[in-house]
Design a binder for this molecule. Structure first.
Ligand SMILES: C[S@@+](CC[C@H](N)C(=O)[O-])C[C@H]1O[C@@H](n2cnc3c(N)ncnc32)[C@H](O)[C@@H]1O
Length: 274
């Protein structure tokens, strides 16, 4: 489980310091998401859970006439996004999207894996619909099941089994939106909800030190990171060794990559002002 306060604390700080690597990790997914967004109208675009802003920046570049706003709950990530963006039609705002009051009403919401962390997703999606133009569109990506995402399943398998009972599969977190029927229930205020499966390569590392890059990524981001932060020294060393073996096994031609599986979800706001 990963919730709002995790993003406002350690997890957000890790993503803010690792944004170059997290952008690389999504680099096979991002063009597919951008292609889906390109078919959508939108003059006021809001990127929900924008993180360090790569998607917002790409949309602001592609749509110079549009006003693009990236919204995120992590101050570290909003700072990281602001430090790399120069487009005049792009702003970043620090806010909980479930309570965000936009200056101008979006007609298109987008998100790259930023909408699965709401503690009350139905209230959050209803709020987003109410803030938007009538008939606004939404397009976002989210992971399918952990079992379909080799990087997550393989890393989880090499971690020590904890004593705590497993969290609910729909608890806020990276895999909370794996099940379409659950997503439909969460998307209060939205209709015509459609799911397109997208398989992509999760790029953990590239370049002359691809293995080192992947180890650095997994040391700060994802399921191994929390364990490496909290385990006693001996267990931590054992996890690091197994992680290094896993990464080596996925290293080919200067790239460490894992199979990953996502949904591209699109919907239309059901809200009207009357
Ligand atoms: C998996 S990261 C994705 C970040 C970014 N979209 C990307 O693709 O790099 C999830 C993002 O959602 C943000 N987030 C989580 N809950 C949020 C909320 N209630 N309101 C706004 N942002 C939120 C986190 O701070 C984080 O930046």
């Amino acid at each position: 489980m990963t919730n709002a306060s995790d993003w406002q604390g350690t997890v957000g700080r890790s993503w803010a310091s690792e944004w170059r690597r997290t952008d690389v990790s999504f680099s096979d997914l991002t063009p597919k998401l951008l292609a889906a967004i390109a078919r959508e109208p939108g003059a006021a675009v809001a990127d929900i859970g924008c993180g360090a802003g790569e998607l917002s920046i790409a949309i602001a570049e592609a749509r110079p006439q549009a006003q693009v706003t990236g919204v995120d709950i992590s101050a570290d990530l909003v700072d990281a996004a602001g430090s790399r963006a120069i487009q005049p039609n792009l702003t970043f705002e620090l806010a909980d999207a479930s309570q965000w009051q936009p200056a101008s009403r979006p007609d298109l919401y987008v998100s790259r894996h930023g909408v699965m962390f709401f503690s009350d997703p139905q209230a959050a999606f209803a709020h987003l619909a109410a803030q938007a133009m009538p008939g606004a569109r939404m397009v976002f990506s989210c992971f399918r099941k952990a079992a379909e995402n080799d990087w997550a399943a393989a890393i989880a398998a090499l971690l020590p089994k904890g004593d705590s009972p497993p969290a609910s599969p729909t608890a806020p977190g990276p895999f909370a939106f794996a099940l379409p029927e659950h997503v439909r229930r969460c998307m209060a205020g939205w209709r015509a909800v459609e799911f397109a499966p997208v398989d992509f390569r999760y790029i953990a590392g590239t370049g002359p030190d691809a293995v080192g890059e992947a180890m650095a990524l997994f040391g700060r981001i994802g399921p191994a990171a929390a364990a490496l932060r909290t385990l006693p020294e001996a267990e931590r060393a054992a996890v690091e060794m197994r992680l290094a073996e896993l990464v080596e096994a996925h290293h080919r031609d200067g790239v460490v990559a894992f199979n990953a599986a996502a949904w591209l979800v699109s919907a239309t706001s059901d809200h009207n002002d009357g």
